[in-house]
Design a protein around this ligand. Structure first.
Ligand SMILES: [Zn+2]
Length: 586
């Protein structure tokens, strides 16, 4: 039996409600009942509804009409509002939170992963299990066609601590070229893929990459870094328009099932953003878009870092509308610009701990310097487009804030809520003061610390690696911090747990002083996310007049033992007053 049936009131309860409602009406009016057009469409009652309003009020009932909350408060006051057509959900003591907002997610990528062979699920894997899945996929794939997989988050997620070699892959997929990418760094392929890419024992290692070999010099199927696996990846099919439509559909379905009702999508260069908006508009027109999707336009350093002010101005103007433009479901978010790389490319004040990059290596800037950055920022200011600046390393953070500070001297930034994505490390007093004064929003993704936190420490050293995502420091400085998943598992309950515990997959805790409270973590995934897109008056909390997005949970994230937060099931997701997901069984 579906949970909806379970949750929706029994006939008995229903008739009692109707009687109660008519009695209430009779008592206040002699000759009419509440006209049906005024009755709510849905009443949710009988549990702990965490509103995440300013006072973090907990109520026992809400009423929803035309996609918005029309009453929030006491069940004794709200139940009588029901009319004959009102649907009623009895929570039976369960907990409700506002619809979850993921402020940094690669949603199309997530959708594509759902349709491909995906090992980045957060589950513990075995070598045998991986090979079984590849065998299963090969059985459904015509000979000669590619099998492309996404590898696990890190080797910590594989019991044997390694990935299959070419010979093991040949056994399960002898007739299909196979390629798996793990975290954008490692490629694992079978013999057919090596052959098609022309990689043999005679192929020299490319600069910046390694073809791993056995003692006889024969490639094992492991290719390290893009320079090594790029030649294989370029042979794999690119997603078609239909693939992208299907990816969007699968993303909506999977994200709604996780309780997510709104997101900022980090994917996409300019032309692709247009395609994506078209796809999303189509989904919306068909009534299939049940997640509020904010689309960014990516400005790549390779394309724009050396461009003239005129070229940049034209590119920003070409976005075609200011941030926030769009419908209730699809909106322009702004410009995504990546200053530096990730774990191996974060731009740092001091050299990396790990020596594999060479002495004095401080990471990479993706072409940008302060002047080129300021050119984009000035045009963004001019056209009302918000900046979302990716900066992982501490030196990248300095650069982003200094550029904003200088732009602010001519064009005030306070109130524009420009965002720093990741803002990964050790803010100085100056960084904190600037962020506060310029009204900058910080977007962090603590779940990434769970999946690859160990790599941060290995590459950057224990101290910097532990400090990654200093959430409490930002919060205490009075800066708004919003939460997201990036390319870690999308599950917001796992996400809440990581913000509260700062544990990684090995159980190690990073900088416990940077833990935030459960309430603060919940704000990061709800009202702070809404603030980040200027929607705090529409979304992010359960208050009268706001869009009716909420999630019914199988546990209370504010009171369960801390390690149980991550396992709290999502039972029902409601977006705009409609049930968009319900779990199969309670
Ligand atoms: Zn990202």
């Amino acid at each position: 039996m579906g949970l909806r049936n379970h949750l929706f009131s029994s006939v008995q309860h229903w008739s009692r409600l109707v009687v109660f409602a008519s009695l209430a009406v009779v008592s206040c009016s002699e000759n009419s009942s509440v006209p049906d057009m005024l009755a709510p469409d849905l009443v949710v009652h009988g549990g702990k509804i965490i509103t995440v309003d300013n006072d973090f009020r907990v109520v026992s009932a809400v009423a929803i009409k035309d996609g918005r909350f029309v009453a929030v408060g006491d069940e004794g006051q709200i139940l009588p509002l029901g009319g004959v057509a009102t649907q009623v959900i009895d929570l039976e003591g369960r907990t409700v939170i506002p619809g979850v907002i993921d402020s940094h997610i690669h949603a199309f990528g997530y959708g594509l992963d759902r349709s491909s062979l995906n090992f980045a699920t957060g589950e513990m894997l075995t070598l045998e299990g991986i090979l079984e899945h590849v065998r299963g996929r090969a059985a459904q794939t015509p000979p000669g066609e590619w099998i492309v997989a996404r590898g696990p988050f890190s080797l910590e997620f594989v019991r044997e601590g390694r990935l299959p070699d070419r010979y093991e892959l040949d056994e399960v997929a002898p007739d299909n070229p196979f390629y798996m990418n793990t975290q954008g760094h490692d490629g694992n392929v079978n013999s057919l893929a090596l052959e098609m890419a022309g990689i043999t024992r005679d192929t020299p290692d490319p600069v910046g990459g390694t073809i791993v070999r056995d003692e006889d010099g024969v490639p094992t199927g492991e290719l390290l870094e893009e320079f090594a696996w790029g030649p294989v990846e370029r042979l794999t099919p690119v997603p078609t328009r239909e693939d992208m439509v299907e990816a969007a559909r699968l993303a909506v379905e999977g994200l709604n099932a996780a309780g997510i009702t709104s997101l900022v999508d980090m994917d996409g260069p300019l032309s692709e953003s247009r395609d994506k908006i078209e796809i999303l508009n189509q989904l919306e027109a068909n009534g299939d878009l049940t997640i509020r999707w904010h689309v960014l336009t990516r400005f790549r350093g390779t394309e724009y870092a050396n461009a003239s002010a005129e070229v940049i101005d034209e590119a920003v103007r070409d976005i075609g509308a200011p941030s926030g433009f769009g419908s209730e479901w699809v909106r322009i978010a702004g410009i995504k610009l990546s200053l530096d790389g990730g774990v191996q490319g974060a731009y740092m004040r001091e050299p990396y701990a790990e020596e594999q990059f060479g002495a004095g290596y401080r990471g990479i800037l993706r072409g940008w310097d302060k002047e080129s950055l300021k050119l984009v920022m000035r045009s963004a200011h001019k056209y009302g487009v918000r900046m979302f600046v990716h900066c992982v390393g501490d030196a990248a953070l300095d650069l982003a804030l200094d550029a904003m500070d200088e732009v602010d001297d001519e064009l005030p930034l306070l109130g524009l809520r420009w965002t720093l994505e990741h803002a990964g490390l050790k803010p100085t007093e100056r960084n904190l003061e600037q962020a506060k004064r310029l009204g900058v929003v910080i977007s962090t993704q603590q779940p990434m610390g769970w999946t690859i936190g160990k790599s941060f420490k290995r590459v950057w050293g224990d101290e910097l690696g532990s400090n990654w995502m200093p959430n409490k420091t930002w919060v205490d400085a009075g800066v708004v911090v919003k939460g997201g998943s990036d390319v870690a598992p999308i599950d917001p309950m796992l996400g809440l747990w990581t913000y509260v515990t700062r544990e990684d997959i090995t159980g190690a805790v990073s900088d416990p002083i940077e833990r935030v409270s459960r309430e603060e973590a919940l704000r990061m995934y709800t009202i702070n996310g809404a603030y980040g897109t200027f929607q705090e008056n529409m979304l992010g909390s359960i208050e009268v007049g706001k869009l009716a997005d909420l999630v019914i949970l199988g546990g209370d994230p504010l009171t369960v033992p801390v390690d149980e937060i991550r396992d709290i099931p999502i039972l029902v997701t409601i977006a705009g007053g409609q049930i968009v997901y319900e779990a199969d069984s309670p």
